[in-house]
Design a protein around this ligand. Structure first.
Ligand SMILES: Nc1nc2c(c(=O)[nH]1)N[C@H]1C(S)=C(S)[C@@H](COP(=O)(O)O)O[C@H]1N2
Ligand SMILES: [Mo]
Length: 232
């Protein structure tokens, strides 16, 4: 994963950079600069742990270089992230949050309204981070302040920006996918080309690939407008 010469996963193309990207409806959402600078962990019985960004010490953070794979087939290689190891976070707060064997799912919600769900085992992989820095600088509105999930084995849409809440659950009852349900695969593992539910990954590459150009443009235009907007 760290080797630049290593082949990309099936269906992916090196984009050379990491453009601002996502579902079109999130293009114009910029979680306000004064958002809460903490992440809330929620247990299945409603227990909560609040982790303020300001309380993290450099000694707690891990560094990682990894490739990033958007489901629409663009990839960005060798990105440097720093953050809290997810497994470490899980084990540290397991007892306080009552995270028994029955907890098998996780829902992550973001400040821009985005959300997605996980099988807990995918988040306990050793390369999953709750990142606070990218390329040596703190995250910003572009790539997901205050916390961003980095899960290199899963497609970009599981790499949640602007993380607000991490909820540990025993079931997915009552959970609603934010967009079309077929687009949110429960696992979204890049190695298995799990791009979408019910459809073979290789098939959906083609329609998805055609969306890249327009989406990058839309997200870049929204960002430019946001940067040049006069302050309220
Ligand atoms: N909160 C939030 N997280 C998100 C998204 C989003 O729209 N909102 N889009 C996802 C998708 S589809 C991709 S490819 C990456 C894009 O990350 P970037 O804008 O930092 O390149 O963020 C993912 N995480
Ligand atoms: Mo994506």
């Amino acid at each position: 994963m760290n080797d630049q010469n290593q082949a990309l996963p099936r269906g992916q193309t090196d984009y050379g950079a990491m453009p601002r990207f996502g579902l079109p409806r999130y293009a114009r959402r910029f979680p306000a600069a004064d958002r809460d600078m903490h992440v809330t962990l929620i247990g299945p019985a409603g227990g909560r742990v609040v982790l303020p960004l300001a309380d993290l010490s450099p000694a707690q953070l891990e560094e990682q270089r990894s490739d990033f794979h958007c489901v629409t087939t663009w990839s960005a290689r060798n990105i440097l992230w720093r953050g809290l190891g997810f497994a470490e976070l899980f084990h540290r707060h397991k007892d306080t949050l009552n995270l028994s064997q029955a907890v098998q799912f996780v829902v992550i919600r973001a400040h821009d309204g985005y959300r997605t769900f996980f099988h807990l085992e995918d988040l306990l992989q050793p390369d999953v981070l709750l990142a606070t820095e990218r390329e040596g600088v703190g995250l910003d509105d572009l790539h997901g302040l205050p916390f961003r999930l980095v899960s290199p084995g899963q497609y970009g849409y599981k790499n949640v920006k602007f993380v607000k809440e991490i909820e540990f659950r025993t079931s997915l009852d009552g959970y609603r996918v934010p967009g079309w349900a077929f687009m949110d695969h429960p696992r979204a593992r890049v190695a298995l080309e799990e791009r979408a539910r019910h459809l073979p990954g290789w098939l959906i590459r083609y329609p998805y690939r055609s969306l890249i150009k327009g989406t990058v443009r839309r997200f870049a235009q929204a960002w430019d407008a946001h940067k040049t907007a006069p302050p309220d």
